[in-house]
Design a protein around this ligand. Structure first.
Ligand SMILES: [Zn+2]
Length: 818
C-alpha cells in the first residue's frame, strides 16, 4: 500500500541540528531524592527539536508486535534524569501482530475483521522506560542537505501532543524508573490508516504484558475495547498472578474521622512485606475525592507522593490512585511500615438521612484485592449516625462534642474492607454462632422519592349504558413516605434463610457476622461480612415497582439480589479468583447459588423462568446483529463489556456462567446417580480446599473432574476439558434438531430411537444432551444423556407408554431446540 503521508513530499532545507547530549546508559536507577524533581520534569517533558532524525526501514519489536518505520521522521523526547522516555514518528509505518491463541485471534477479529493485526500507520506516539530511543537512534540518521525538509509544524504538533499526555504518563514512567528495571514499560499510540487511533502496550510488569486496544464510543459511553491481551513471553503460563510484585500488604490500621459535614480525614498505617530486591515504586488506589497530605516511611522519613490528577480515565496503572517511592529497595522477605495521612470528600448526603460512601474499595490506600490483609479500623463520627464496617466490632464509646468512636477488627485476612453509615435502625438475628444484622434508614433518599410517581386519585371505570347510571366512585391514594426500615424484618428473615441454605451447600459461614446495609443507588455488593443492598430492595413490591430502575421483566432478578450478595461471602470472599479470567468463579457461583435459593423458596417453576430469562438475554441481538453470547467466552471476564457489546460482562459472566453451572449440576446428577449429592459435595469440597486462596479456572476443572460420573467422561481420559472448552473458553449456543421413530415392543413397551443434529457451534463442540419424553399435562420423564458432536448423536430408549413427543430438555440445556 502506498500513501502520501505528507512528510516525504517535503524537502529538507537547512535544519540546524545539534549533536545529542550523551545520555546516561538506560537502566540505572535514579537516586531517591530525585523522585520529586523527576516527576516535575516528567509532567512537562516534550520532544527535543534538536533530536529530529530520518528513518528509513527502521524496525523495533515489542512483546511480539513488530513495528516497521518504513520512511519518515522521528523525534526523541528531551532526556529526563538522563533517560529518554518518549519518541514520536510521522511518516509511513506498519505494525504486525499475531495473537498466540485462538481466543485472542477471535476477539481481535471481532474488532478489526481479521485475526491478525496488520495495519499501516501514519504516526506513532511512544512512551517507555526501555531501550526504544537507543534502538531507533541506531537505525536513524541526521537529515542531510539532500533530504526532504521536515514538514512545517512537525515539532510544534508533537510538542502539543506530548504536553497534553504528560500528566497521564508522568506516574507510569516514574513507576517504571523506580520499579524493577528488568520489567520495562512501552506504550504506543498509533494513527492507523484503517482502524484510526489505537494503542499497543508492552508492560512487562503485568502478567499479560502485551495488549492492543482502542477507546470507542457506544451509546454515549466510552469503552476501552481490549482487542487482544496476552503474555509477551510464550513460555509464560496464562493467568499468572496480577499485581506490581514489589510488595504485599500484610495489615492495614486505619483511623478515620468523619466530620459533621461528612468530610473524611484518615490515617492509614500499613505493614508491607517486600517481594522484590530492586523495585521501589508502590502504587495504591485511592478515590479521586481524597488527597494524600503526608506519607512516612518507618518511624518518620517523609516520602514523596505522586497522585493521579487526571479527571478522565487514562488506563494507566496509577489511574485513580497514587504512587510513592521508597528511599531504597528492601530485601525480599523484610517487613516495613508506611503511614499515609489523607482527607477529602467521599461521603455524600443524598437526603432524608441517607448517606452514600461513594468509594467502596478506595476510601483507604488500597494495594489491590489480590493479597488479603488484616484490617483494624477505628472510626470517629457524629453520634446520631450508625456505622457498620467489615470486621468484628470490638469497642464503641461516646466522645465529647457529639461524636462517637467505634473499632472493627477482622479476624481473618480480607481481600477488601468497607464501611457504611447513616441514620440507621437495625435488626439482629442469629444463625448458629453467626450474627446477622440488617441496617436501614426510616426514610428513602430524596432521589427515590422524586422518582416515584404515584397517582393520588383514581376514578373507577364504569360500564356504559347502564340505567340508571351508577354514581361516580373514586379511590384516593395518600402517598406515605417510602420507609426502607419498615420491612427490615423481612430482609433479616430472608438473609437468615439464605445463610442457612448456603451453609448446607458450601459449608460453614466463613465469618463471625454478616451486616446487611442499605445504600442508595442501583446495585448491590457483597463485601466480606458486609453486604450493600440498594434502598429499593427494602421496599414493598408495589413501591419497589414505582421507583426501581430495574425493568418489570427483571422482578426475578430482584428476587435473587440479596441471595447473590450473601453467596459472595463464600464465592468471592472466602474463595477468591486468580485473575480477571477466573472472576466467573465468583459471579457465576453467586448467580447460580441465588438461582438455587430461588428454586428452594419459590419452586422449580420460578427457577426455570429465571434461566429462560437469562437465555433470552444471552440470545438477544446487539447492535451489530450478533447475539450477546457471541461477544466472547466467559473466560474473557471484564473485557466482555465493549463498545460492540456494552452489557457483555454482566450477561456472559453472570448469566451464561449461571447456565454453565446448572448444566454441570445436571450432568453430574445424571440418570446414573439421579441425585444432587455429587455436585453439592464437589462445591463444598472446593470451598474447603481453596479457603483463603484464589483458584484459577483450571483449578476448578481439575477439582470438578474428581466428582464426575462415568457418563461425563466423553473423551475417555478422566477429564472435563471438553465441557469447559465449549462453555467457558469458547462461545456458541448449540441448536439441536431431533428425528425420532417409535416402535412397539412386546409387553406394550415402546422403543424410541432417533438422531440429534447439532448446528450453530464451532467445530469440535461436544455435549451430553439431556433427552426427555413429554406426556400429558407437560409431564416430563428424563430418558438419558446423549453424546452429540460434529457428526450428531444417536439414541435408543425404551419407554412404558407412548409420549406426546421426545425432545431435548430445554430446562436443562442452554440451546436452541428445533
Ligand atoms: Zn456479584
Amino acid at each position: 500500500m502506498t500513501r502520501d503521508c505528507g512528510v516525504s513530499a517535503m524537502v529538507f532545507a537547512a535544519l540546524v541540528v545539534f549533536a545529542p547530549k550523551p545520555a546516561r546508559p538506560q537502566g540505572a536507577t535514579p537516586a531517591a531524592a530525585d523522585a520529586t524533581a523527576l516527576y516535575a520534569l516528567l509532567r512537562q517533558t516534550t520532544v527535543d527539536p534538536r533530536q529530529v532524525y530520518i528513518v528509513h526501514g527502521a524496525k523495533i519489536e515489542r512483546g511480539g508486535a513488530k513495528f516497521f518505520f518504513d520512511r519518515g521522521l522521528v523525534a526523541l523526547f528531551a532526556p529526563v534524569g538522563g533517560e529518554v522516555t518518549g519518541a514520536v514518528f510521522s511518516g509511513e509505518g506498519e505494525v504486525l501482530l499475531i495473537p498466540p491463541n485462538p481466543v485472542e485471534k477471535r476477539n481481535l477479529n471481532q474488532f478489526i475483521g481479521a485475526p491478525i493485526l496488520e495495519e499501516h500507520f501514519v504516526s506513532a506516539f511512544m512512551r517507555f522506560t526501555d531501550q526504544t530511543a537507543q534502538e531507533i537512534l541506531a537505525q536513524a540518521r541526521r537529515p542531510g542537505p539532500d533530504d526532504p525538509e521536515a514538514p512545517a509544524g512537525f515539532v510544534e504538533y508533537w510538542d502539543t501532543v506530548a504536553r497534553r499526555f504528560d500528566p497521564a504518563y508522568a506516574g507510569p514512567i516514574l513507576a517504571g524508573l523506580f520499579g524493577d528495571r528488568s520489567k520495562p514499560f512501552f506504550q504506543s499510540q498509533l494513527e492507523g490508516v484503517e482502524f484510526g487511533t489505537f494503542q499497543i502496550t508492552d508492560d512487562e510488569r503485568l502478567p499479560e504484558a502485551l495488549s492492543v486496544g482502542a477507546v470507542r464510543m457506544a451509546g454515549g459511553r466510552a469503552f476501552a475495547d481490549l482487542w487482544c491481551s496476552f503474555p509477551s513471553r510464550p513460555s509464560e503460563p496464562l493467568g499468572v498472578e496480577a499485581g506490581m510484585g514489589a510488595a504485599r500488604v500484610m495489615s492495614y490500621k486505619l483511623d478515620i474521622l468523619i466530620h459533621p459535614d461528612n468530610r473524611l480525614e484518615g490515617r492509614a498505617e500499613l505493614e508491607l512485606l517486600s517481594l522484590s530486591e530492586n523495585a521501589r515504586a508502590l502504587i495504591f488506589q485511592l478515590a479521586r475525592g481524597l488527597k494524600v497530605t503526608a506519607a512516612r516511611y518507618g518511624q518518620g522519613q517523609s516520602l514523596a507522593i505522586f497522585q493521579d490528577e487526571s479527571r478522565q480515565p487514562t488506563g494507566s496503572l496509577v489511574e485513580g490512585g497514587f504512587l510513592t517511592v521508597l528511599p531504597a529497595p528492601r530485601p525480599p522477605g523484610t517487613r516495613y511500615h508506611l503511614t499515609f495521612d489523607y482527607q477529602g470528600q467521599v461521603i455524600t448526603d443524598v437526603g432524608n438521612g441517607v448517606l452514600y460512601v461513594g468509594a467502596h474499595d478506595s476510601w483507604y490506600p488500597n494495594f489491590g484485592i489480590q493479597s488479603p490483609a488484616t484490617f483494624d479500623l477505628t472510626f470517629r463520627y457524629p453520634d446520631h449516625l450508625a456505622l457498620v464496617a467489615t470486621g468484628v466490632p470490638v469497642e464503641e464509646e461516646m466522645l465529647a462534642g457529639g461524636m462517637k468512636r467505634s473499632r472493627w477488627v477482622s479476624k481473618t485476612p480480607l481481600p477488601v474492607a468497607g464501611f457504611n453509615l447513616g441514620s440507621y435502625v437495625s435488626r439482629e438475628r442469629d444463625v448458629g454462632s453467626t450474627k446477622i444484622e440488617v441496617y436501614a434508614t426510616r426514610e428513602a433518599e430524596s432521589a427515590l422519592e422524586r422518582r416515584r410517581n404515584v397517582p393520588t386519585m383514581e376514578i373507577i371505570p364504569q360500564e356504559r349504558g347502564r340505567v340508571p347510571p351508577m354514581p361516580e366512585r373514586t379511590i384516593r391514594a395518600i402517598p406515605t413516605p417510602l420507609s426502607p426500615a419498615a420491612l427490615m424484618d423481612r430482609v433479616a428473615d430472608r438473609a437468615v434463610e439464605a445463610v442457612e441454605y448456603f451453609q448446607s451447600l458450601f459449608g460453614p459461614f466463613p465469618y463471625p457476622r454478616l451486616a446487611i446495609s442499605q445504600i442508595p443507588g442501583e446495585f448491590g455488593q457483597g463485601w466480606p461480612e458486609l453486604v450493600y443492598l440498594p434502598t429499593f430492595y427494602f421496599l414493598p413490591g408495589r413501591e419497589r415497582a414505582e421507583v426501581s430502575p430495574v425493568s418489570k421483566g427483571s422482578d426475578l432478578e430482584m428476587e435473587t439480589l440479596l441471595a447473590h450478595e450473601v453467596a459472595h461471602q463464600w464465592w468471592g470472599n472466602e474463595v477468591g479468583w486468580k485473575t480477571y479470567h477466573d472472576q466467573w468463579l465468583s459471579e457465576g457461583f453467586a448467580s447460580y447459588a441465588a438461582a438455587m435459593f430461588l428454586a428452594r423458596r419459590e419452586g422449580e417453576k420460578k427457577f426455570g423462568e429465571l434461566l429462560k430469562q437469562y437465555r433470552r438475554e444471552l440470545l438477544a441481538k446487539n447492535q451489530t446483529g450478533a447475539t450477546i453470547e457471541s461477544g466472547g467466552p466467559i473466560w474473557l471476564g471484564e473485557r466482555l463489556s465493549t463498545s460492540l457489546n456494552p452489557r457483555g460482562y454482566n450477561d456472559i459472566v453472570y448469566k451464561k456462567a449461571c447456565w454453565v453451572l446448572h448444566m454441570l449440576h445436571v450432568l453430574m446428577a445424571g440418570p446414573e446417580s439421579g441425585s444432587d449429592q455429587r455436585f453439592i459435595k464437589m462445591l463444598g469440597s472446593f470451598v474447603a480446599a481453596y479457603q483463603g486462596r484464589s483458584p484459577s479456572t483450571e483449578d476448578f476443572i481439575r477439582h470438578a473432574e474428581k466428582y464426575m460420573p462415568k457418563a461425563m467422561d466423553l473423551d475417555h481420559n478422566g477429564r472435563l476439558d471438553w465441557f469447559f472448552k465449549d462453555w467457558v473458553y469458547g462461545t456458541g449456543v448449540p441448536a439441536y434438531k431431533l428425528e425420532t421413530k417409535t416402535r412397539r415392543l412386546s409387553g406394550g413397551r415402546l422403543d424410541v430411537e432417533g438422531t440429534i443434529e447439532q448446528t450453530g457451534v464451532p467445530e469440535g463442540f461436544e455435549m451430553l444432551v439431556p433427552v426427555v419424553a413429554v406426556y400429558e399435562k407437560n409431564r416430563k420423564v428424563k430418558l438419558g444423556l446423549v453424546p452429540v458432536g460434529d457428526s450428531g448423536g444417536r439414541f435408543q430408549f425404551v419407554v412404558a407408554s407412548r409420549p406426546h413427543r421426545v425432545t431435548v430438555d430445554g430446562d436443562d440445556l442452554l440451546a436452541a431446540i428445533e
